[in-house]
Design a protein around this ligand. Structure first.
Ligand code: RTP
Ligand code: MG
Length: 140
């Protein structure tokens, strides 16, 4: 199996509730390793750039406002099939549809304030990792 890297973001609803450690525990317990991590207050421009693919979606402005409403923790996760593994541990976008035992089922507040982001493909993971991290900041 391929060792991959993926970008994870612990969103402002989770930093606000002081549950970043609980979320990292779920990721590590699933076999994902945190090989880079920093806490950031995103600017509007950073959040808009990160979510540029959603620019035309009706929820775009609300999403950007939410993502700059407090600190986030951005992480690079490494492990076997890290992209799919992380998505599995996160659960469905809407916590109402998320499987039992997933991060979003257990911690998300709503479809928007859903506690975590995870890259949706290996290709996007590479782009998203480079958006936040220099190579020298990633220590595997
Ligand atoms: P993410 O990108 O954050 O990992 O989440 P995702 O792939 O499961 O969901 P995506 O469709 O990429 O949407 C990105 C984020 O936008 C917010 N959202 N709000 N109000 C709404 O209907 C709505 N739909 C999506 C969520 O924060 C979602 O994670
Ligand atoms: Mg997405």
């Amino acid at each position: 199996m391929a060792i991959e890297r993926t970008l994870s973001i612990i969103k402002p609803d989770a930093t606000r509730r002081n549950i970043t450690g609980k979320i990292v525990d779920r990721l590590e317990s699933a076999g994902l390793r945190v090989v880079a991590q920093k806490r950031l207050q995103l600017t509007q421009a950073q959040a808009e750039g990160f979510y540029a693919v959603h620019r035309e979606r009706p929820f775009f402005n609300d999403l950007v406002s939410f993502m700059i409403s407090g600190p986030v923790v951005v992480q690079v996760l490494e492990g076997e099939n890290a992209v799919a593994k992380n998505r599995e541990v996160m659960g469905a976008t809407n916590p109402a549809n998320a499987d039992a035992g997933t991060i979003r089922k257990d911690f998300a507040e709503s479809i928007e304030a859903n506690s975590v982001h995870g890259s949706d493909s290996a290709e996007n993971a590479a782009i998203e990792i480079a958006y936040f991290f220099a190579q020298t900041e990633i220590v595997g």
